[in-house]
Design a protein around this ligand. Structure first.
Ligand SMILES: C[S@@+](CC[C@H](N)C(=O)[O-])C[C@H]1O[C@@H](n2cnc3c(N)ncnc32)[C@H](O)[C@@H]1O
Length: 230
């Protein structure tokens, strides 16, 4: 069986350290675990999912690829049943809030030996806020496009330093470290969200405080983009 990863899962794979024990939480069809093992990039992989349906498909795909020895498949709500020797943990294709809840319910991720590779489909601001406030550091992040959708993927490690992030930090994360066309497009989209929110607040006659806050964020994001113009 040929296993071609989507651009999105490929982006996740690039942030997973090689030769480690990897867990893929919410594995669905087990595309990522199969890819990692076939490419010789993981020592062992745990593939878990909360739902029986996806897990059945995952098992079929793993058997078809003859990889039953290398990939352990099991039912798990988040990281609850995932063995604690997992060193690299991928949580992709879910909302940022759910991802933060999964991390929060698994204190063993508060270890410098664990790397988290997170790819939120929404609520990225909530996820980054949770990470900053709970001692997790975003060590790498980049934006990319897949099927005309714009995403970001984060590599996160626990450092134990809890900080109160600014709104701009939560919107941008570490995207400025490797600034390119997709990072620019991502921040432009954030500016668009600010504009929409400001409009919405104005038409609903909401408090000016909230509007002012959003205008400040928008201005800061625009300033960031201007400072990176060639
Ligand atoms: C949209 S799919 C993403 C699949 C794959 N990770 C990807 O990025 O393409 C989300 C998967 O997460 C699973 N899921 C949702 N909540 C979960 C949880 N709390 N713990 C484990 N898996 C979960 C769903 O059953 C589904 O298979």
């Amino acid at each position: 069986m040929k296993n071609i990863l989507s651009k999105r899962l490929n982006a996740v794979a690039t942030l997973i350290k090689k030769d480690k024990i990897v867990a893929d939480v919410g594995t669905d069809h087990a595309s990522l675990p199969i890819f990692l093992v076939k490419e010789g990039r993981a020592k062992k992989v745990y593939a878990s999912d909360i739902n029986k349906g996806p897990l059945k498909i995952a098992k079929n795909n793993i058997s078809a690829a003859n990889l039953n020895e290398k990939i352990d498949v099991f039912l798990s709500d988040g990281l609850k049943n995932v063995p604690k020797d997992a060193e690299e943990i991928a949580i992709a294709g879910m909302g940022g809030r759910l991802i933060s809840e999964i991390i929060d319910a698994a204190p063993f991720t508060k270890s410098e030996k664990v790397g988290l590779i997170l790819q939120p489909m929404s609520d990225s601001v909530t996820l980054r806020k949770y990470l900053y406030e709970n001692g997790y550091e975003i060590v790498k992040e980049f934006a990319f496009e897949d099927a005309k959708h714009l995403y970001s993927v984060l590599r996160v490690e626990y450092k134990g330093e809890c900080i109160s992030p600014t709104e701009v930090m939560c919107r941008v994360g570490r995207l400025l470290d490797n600034f390119g066309e997709f990072e620019r497009a991502y921040i432009e989209r954030e500016i668009g969200k600010c504009e929409k929110k400001i409009e919405g607040l104005k038409t609903s006659g909401k408090e000016t405080d909230e509007i002012d806050k959003e205008i400040i964020v928008k201005n800061e994001l625009e300033k960031i983009l201007r400072s990176r113009e060639i």
